[in-house]
Structures are given as C-alpha cells and as structure tokens.
Design a protein around this ligand. Structure first.
Ligand code: C2E
Ligand code: MG
Ligand code: MG
Length: 718
C-alpha cells in the first residue's frame, strides 16, 4: 500500500497458528532482526506493500497487517475486536465487501474486485482486492485471505495514456514517431489522411519516401543539423502524397532523448497547408496581374523593368520602354457600355501579346493604358518595325455585337541606353512622349524628346488639375458692376470667373483659361458658368435686386452644336429670371470665325430672350458689312482703346468711331476699362451709354454686391 504508516498500531491478540509474537514493523526499526520464524513472517506481512488480512467464516477478522491498518487509519484492535470487519469500514462499501466475500467463497478461483476506500490522507484510493478461499484439510472452508493493492496511481497513468492515445488519434495534425534512425514506429490517422499512406504501408520505413524533390540536399542537411543543435526544426516543406500530388506541410520535428541525453526517437508533427499555399499563390497573382486581361500590372512591370534594365546593361543591347494609350476607347465605353470596353481591352491585349516576342512584357497600367517592354533590340530600326507592327495590329477593327469598332494606339517610347534614366524615369518619359504622339494626331509612336514632351506632359497634368478643380468646386464667379453713364444707375454686372486655388490663391482667367482651350473641359466649365450665373441672377431677383447679368462664352462653346438647346433648357429651369436679363458676351474675333454659324446660334438664343454683346470690340477689324449681319445688341469697346484715349488721339478717334457705328446700327455701347472719373466723363460726353471699370467698381464676390450698390447709390466715385 502506498501510505507509509505514521504510528505503530498496538498489537492485540493474534491467531496463534500464524503469528506467535507481536513485533514492531520494519519501518520503526530498520535494524530489526528476525528471531523466530513467526516473527519473520509477521515482519514480512507487516511490511508487504499490500494490505493483507484473513477473514474467518464467521465474518470476524483474524488477522490484518499494519500496512492496511495504517493506510485506512483503523487500528488492528478495532479490526480484530469487531464482530464483522465491515462495522469499522465506511458504511457505503460494506454491501460490496460482503457480496464479494460471498462470491469468493462460492468460487474456487481467486476473486478480484476494485473498490474505492478513504485513506488516512483524506483521499479515496482505488484498491484492487484479490480474495481467495482457504480450506481446512477436510475441504471445508476455513476463511478467506484478502490482498489489497493501491492502484490509484496506475489507474491515473492508464487514464493519462488513454487520453494521450485519443489525442494522438484524433488530432488534425499528422504525427509520426520514428526511432533513432528515423524509421517510422507509429503514425496516426491524420498522417494517413494527409499523405494517403496507411499505417501498415509506412511502418518501418524512413519518411524520406515522402520527399517531392522540391527541396535539395542542402535543405535536408540544414534541417538535420538544426535538430542536432536545438533539438527541433520547424518549417515549411513540400512533400508528395501517395497519389502523386504535391503536399505543402508545416512540419515540426522534435528529437526525444532518454535520461542520459541520448536521442531515442524523433517525433514529427505536420499540418497540411497546401490550400493555404494555393491561396497565397492566388493572392500573389492578384497582387501582380491585372484582373481583366491577366497580364502583369504596374507592380510586376516595375519589377520586370528593373530586370530588363540590368539585362540590357549586361548584354549591351537596346531596351524600349513603350507607354501605350488607346485612341477612341472612351467612345466605345461611352456608347457601347463597359462590357464592350472590356472586350476591346482584352482583344487589344491579345493582339499586343501576339505581336511581341516571348521575352518582351506587356502590362496593363489601368484604364486603356498599357506598357510594353521590348528587349534585346540591336538597333533603333528594329524597335521602329516592332512599334509599327504593334500599331498595325491594334488598329484593325474589332467586332462587338455585330458592329465594327476602330481603336488605335498612341505610343510614347523611351529608349535605353540613350535615355540614361532609371526605371521610373524611363516610364515617365515614355508617358510624356505618348502625349506628344496624341497631339501629333494619334495612331502613331513618338520617341521621347526631353524638352517637348515635358511640356506636353505638364500641360496634360494641368488640365487634369483643372478638371479636379471643377469637381472640387474651386471655381467662383466675381461680378463687376455696369452703370448707365447718363444716370449713374447700376443696370447690371459682368460675371468673371476666378479660380480659388487652395495653394496659389485667387487666380484670374489669364492664368488658366488658355490651358483648357480646345479641350472637353472648356465646354464643361462654360456650362458651369451658365448654370452658376443663372442661379445667382435668380437669387438677386428674388431678393429684390432686378439687375442684368453678362457672361462670357468661349468660341468653341458657342459653336458646339447643342449650345442653344442647352442654354434654353437652363433658362427654363429659372422661371424667376426674365430671360432678357441675361446677356452673352462673345469675343468679336470669335464671331468673325464663322459668321453664318455664329449668327444662327445667336438667333436661336435670342428667341429664348437672351441678348448678345460683342466683347473686345475694335480688335477684330469687323467690316461694316459683317457687323450688319451679326444679330448682336451691344458692342463692348475694348479697354485697350479706352485706357489711354485721353492721351492717344488715335484711340480716342477709334472710340468715337465705334460709338458712331453703334448708333448707326442701333446697337448699345459699353466702354470697359474705365479706370477713373475723367475717363468716365469723357466717354459720357462722347455719347457712350454704359460703362464698366475699376474706376466704378472692381469685380467682387456676389455677396459683396448689395453693399457696394448701396454705397454707390449714396456716393458714386467716392
Ligand atoms: P473681358 O470679358 O473683356 O473682361 C474684362 C476684363 O477686364 C476682366 O478681366 C476685368 O477684371 C478687367 N477689367 C475690368 N475693369 C478694368 C479696368 O478698369 N482696368 C483694367 N486694366 N482691367 C479691367 P478678367 O476678369 O481677368 O478676365 C479676362 C478675360 O477672361 C475676360 O475679358 C474674358 O474674355 C475672359 N473671361 C472671364 N470670365 C470668363 C468666363 O466665365 N468664361 C469665359 N469663356 N471667359 C471669361
Ligand atoms: Mg467680357
Ligand atoms: Mg473685354
């Protein structure tokens, strides 16, 4: 029994047949020497690691050893004096004890049972109890001998083992146990599930048979030296399943040593990360390839470009970095939808791939922009022929839903060496050259030329910034008052655009309008001016300020086919504004570009009630016959004649002439650029009807106009 006795039980009377004389247990006196045979026997019984007792057939205990007494904390006397031993044992086990005694007496074989019994340590211990019958010489039963072994620890160990075994079998990780030579002793089910090999197929084999050949000998050498050094190795490894498929595993190999430090076993624990690896690969693909066309994206291109540069440096060959932008793609997208646009992009990619060589790279940079790297060129001429083939391949019509569409490409090219730039700069140069190819008429390539292309590029950047300004609502209208000279009455204002630039401050038209000339933005911005002016006009009218408003319209905007139509729709949206209160100023030079067309547009707008003025009049040298044909209401005398007319006689004569001309044709006159009161008076005397200029009022934000008006009405020219 596990418990060492702490006290010596006082020994009472014992069966004479068995033990002659009481004696102390060996624990109390290690020097104890056996005297008589009985004493020796007693000592053996008392020191046996088993509980031992003898039970007479009358149910009385005739003998119980110290081991048992000490373990359960019941003295020998109490045991031996009890009529039945169960009287001194806990009640709950008595029934079991009696039943097993009876069973033992009824059978010839030893009876084995297990029983929980509280010990002196306060804990229940599990005892394995073996009982066997003792017979008299005549065969009649004399009693039974009981032996009790404390198996609590053993049970616990068994339990632990069972648990370990269950984990071993049920874990999702493959487990391999090998001997010191690496030969497999045991694998679990997960191992079989992962590798496809059954337990029996791998027993005794070295796990080497799983190798895929993906790692070289050096890899395994490193692995084993790590195990020797640190006792373990952990890493990713490519193995092969039984069906031949590759298997990615996250593997930990641990060396198991005995007490003396000698390695006796190796344990490998591996999880299947094949799916994870595939996923990783997919992610990598997504990160490096364009989803629509499946060619490299900007990220991978940067990589390839660096490699290509290194290659061309090594080989002394030419490298062409081409930036390719499709012409006419927006039209397909806008008219046929994005799906058609995608079809075009895929088809163009296919054609580029077909044209270039295997070592060359095509990448999609986004939208309808591509980059092509042409490698290993021997001369610039070779590059030219490649580029021509590319242009040819792309400009063939593409069929979409039965319709043929034509797109072409504008290609900018930076050649290395020659252009001694780094990868980023080469691509940027090619990009700049591409804009020059666009400007030169599209469907062509253009070799990078530092000065010109930089200009084209920055122009393009500026345009993009301007488009953004429109989106961000950075444009504002300022208003310059216009007065009737005879009465000093304010009759209207001219709307003048400003760009409220977040860094550069308020910019005047000369700083940005020239840049948008001829672009789509010119029309968009013009539309914005019309809409904003009308909204402002309506607001003033509603707040009791019934003035007229002039707006400036560019040549191209006015000549757009739908200008009159769009203007009409806009005007109708503001029923609170009498259309007659809106005037459009057109540069005289614009009106003269295409008199019939401009006249027609003006007529159509006048039908809505909008009036027209010829701006900067006098600079366009209109002949009298032209003026007669243009249906305008007002002539605005250009400020260059006004500003110095008091000193320059010629200019004064021109101004006088224009006023006379206007009167003859029954047009109004407006003098602009009146910077002081002297000019104002002179012009009024000359018969000019209306005036505008810093001398009267500077252009100002809308909200400042009412206050200015009040001041002017109180004290003009203050
Ligand atoms: P503009 O239509 O002839 O406008 C008169 C210009 O002279 C304005 O310049 C105005 O600020 C300036 N000005 C007014 N009084 C005086 C003065 O007493 N002395 C001097 N030296 N200048 C005076 P701003 O605003 O810089 O506009 C310049 C031109 O830009 C305008 O000439 C017009 O052609 C164009 N512009 C302005 N706003 C728009 C617009 O909304 N759309 C279009 N398409 N063009 C616009
Ligand atoms: Mg004007
Ligand atoms: Mg003007």
């Amino acid at each position: 029994m596990g418990n060492k006795p702490t006290t010596t039980s006082s020994r009472g009377k014992r069966p004479a047949e068995q033990i002659e004389q009481a004696s102390p247990p060996a624990q109390q006196d290690p020097q104890y020497k056996a005297g008589a045979e009985g004493t020796l026997l007693q000592a053996i019984l008392d020191n046996a690691p088993l509980g031992i007792w003898f039970l007479g057939i009358d149910g009385r205990l005739q003998f119980v050893n110290s081991t048992f007494c000490n373990a359960v904390g019941i003295s020998e006397e109490r045991f031996l004096s009890a009529h039945h031993y169960v009287e001194v044992l806990p009640q709950e086990i008595s029934a079991n004890c009696i039943r097993s005694d009876e069973e033992c007496m009824a059978q010839s074989a030893p009876h084995i049972s297990q029983e929980w019994l509280p010990f002196v340590d306060g804990k229940p211990h599990l005892l394995e109890i073996t009982k066997f019958k003792v017979l008299n010489v005549d065969g009649t039963p004399r009693g039974l001998i009981g032996l009790a072994a404390d198996i609590t620890e053993r049970k616990r160990d068994e339990e632990r083992l069972r648990l370990t075994a269950r984990v071993f079998e049920n874990t999702l990780d493959g487990i391999t146990i090998a001997d010191k030579d690496g030969n497999i002793l045991e694998v679990n089910e997960a191992f079989s599930r992962i590798t496809g090999y059954t337990h029996d197929e791998v027993l005794g084999r070295n796990p080497r048979f799983l190798q895929s050949g993906r790692q070289d000998g050096y890899f395994y050498k490193e692995m084993w030296s790590a195990i020797a050094e640190n006792g373990y190795w952990r890493g990713e490894i490519w193995n092969r399943r039984k069906d031949g498929e590759l298997l990615a595993e996250l593997l930990t190999i641990t060396a198991v040593s005995d007490e003396t430090g000698v390695v006796t076993n190796y344990v490998g624990i591996s999880s299947d990360i094949t799916l994870l690896k595939q996923h990783e690969k997919q992610l990598e693909h997504i990160a490096h390839y364009d989803a629509l066309t499946n060619v490299p994206n900007r990220v991978l291109l940067a990589d390839r470009l660096r490699q290509a540069l290194a290659h061309s440096k090594r080989e002394g060959s030419l490298l062409a970095v081409c930036y390719l932008d499709l012409d006419g793609f927006k039209l397909v997208n806008d008219t046929m939808g994005h799906e058609a646009g995608d079809t075009v992009l895929i088809e163009v990619t296919r054609r580029i791939k077909e044209t270039i060589r295997g070592d060359d790279t095509v990448a999609r940079l986004g939208g309808d922009e591509f980059a092509v790297l042409l490698l290993g060129l021997r001369a610039a001429e070779e590059c030219a022929s490649s580029l021509n083939r590319l242009l040819d391949a792309i400009c063939h019509p593409i069929e979409i839903e039965g319709k043929l569409f034509e797109v072409s490409a504008s290609i900018g090219v930076a050649l290395y060496p020659g252009d001694e730039a780094d990868a980023d700069a080469l691509l940027r140069h090619a990009d700049q050259a591409m804009y020059s190819a666009k400007q030169a008429g599209k469907n062509r390539y253009h070799l990078y030329d530092a000065e010109n292309d930089q200009r084209a590029r920055s122009h393009h950047e500026f345009l993009k910034r301007l488009a953004l300004a429109l989106v961000r609502k950075e444009f504002v209208l300022y208003f310059q008052p216009k007065v009737e000279m005879s009465s000093l009455r304010v009759v209207g204002a001219e709307a003048l655009i400003r760009w409220n630039h977040p860094e550069r401050g308020l910019l005047v038209p000369a700083e940005f309008l020239p840049a948008i000339e001829g672009s789509m933005l010119e029309i968009e911005l013009g539309d914005w001016v019309v809409a904003t002016a009308l909204a402002q006009l309506e607001q003033w009218h509603q707040s009791g300020l019934p003035i007229e408003l002039s707006i400036n319209i560019s040549a191209r905007h006015l000549q757009a086919v739908d200008f009159a139509w769009k203007l009409k729709r806009r005007v109708l949206r503001h029923p609170g504004v009498p259309a007659g209160n809106l005037q459009i100023e057109v540069l005289e030079t614009t009106a003269l570009e295409d008199i019939p067309k401009v006249s027609e547009t003006i007529e159509r707008c006048r039908r809505v009630g909008v009036s027209f003025a010829l701006d900067d009049f006098g600079t366009g040298y209109s002949s009298l016959s032209y003026l007669g044909r243009l249906p305008v209401d007002t002539l605005k005398i250009d400020q260059s004649f006004i500003c110095d007319m008091l000193h320059v006689k010629g200019n004064r004569a021109i101004v006088q002439g224009v006023i006379a001309l206007a009167q003859a044709f029954e047009r109004n006159t407006v003098a602009e650029g009146i910077e002081n009161e002297d000019l104002f008076r002179a012009l009024r005397e000359m018969g000019c009807e209306y005036g505008q200029g810093y001398g009267i009022g500077y252009p100002m934000p809308a909200e400042e106009l009412p206050a200015w008006l009040e001041r002017w009405n109180r004290a003009p020219f203050r």
